[in-house]
Design a protein around this ligand. Structure first.
Ligand code: FES
Length: 101
């Protein structure tokens, strides 16, 4: 099971949990009560539809998640970024979350 380390850049809190191979990162974070969002985005987001961009994360290493999707390319993400709701986890990763103001 991949180990996911999430650093919330808003609160400085770091959380570690495990998820199943190929798990959706946003769903796994919600299940483990880990916050990916910043400020009002905690309440005002698209609930994982890939539309709002508020679940923006930075992932290390990118080899352990799926490639950027068409929707993520529309959001013009940097090469080390994903949307939490579009990220499938295939290995241990470190994530910087709560990036979107
Ligand atoms: S929750 Fe809106 S894009 Fe991910």
């Amino acid at each position: 099971m991949p180990k996911i380390t999430i650093n919330n850049t808003d609160t400085g809190e770091t959380t570690v949990f495990k998820a199943g191979y190929g798990a959706n990162l946003r769903q796994a974070a919600v299940f483990n009560d880990v916050e990916l969002y910043k400020g009002m985005h905690k309440y005002l987001n698209c609930r994982g539809m890939g539309a709002c961009g508020s679940c923006l994360i930075e992932v290390e290493p990118m080899e352990n998640v799926d490639p950027q999707t068409f929707i993520e390319r529309l959001h013009k993400l940097a090469p080390n970024q994903k949307l939490g709701c579009r990220a499938k986890v295939y290995g241990d990763i470190s994530v910087k979350a709560a990036l979107k103001d």
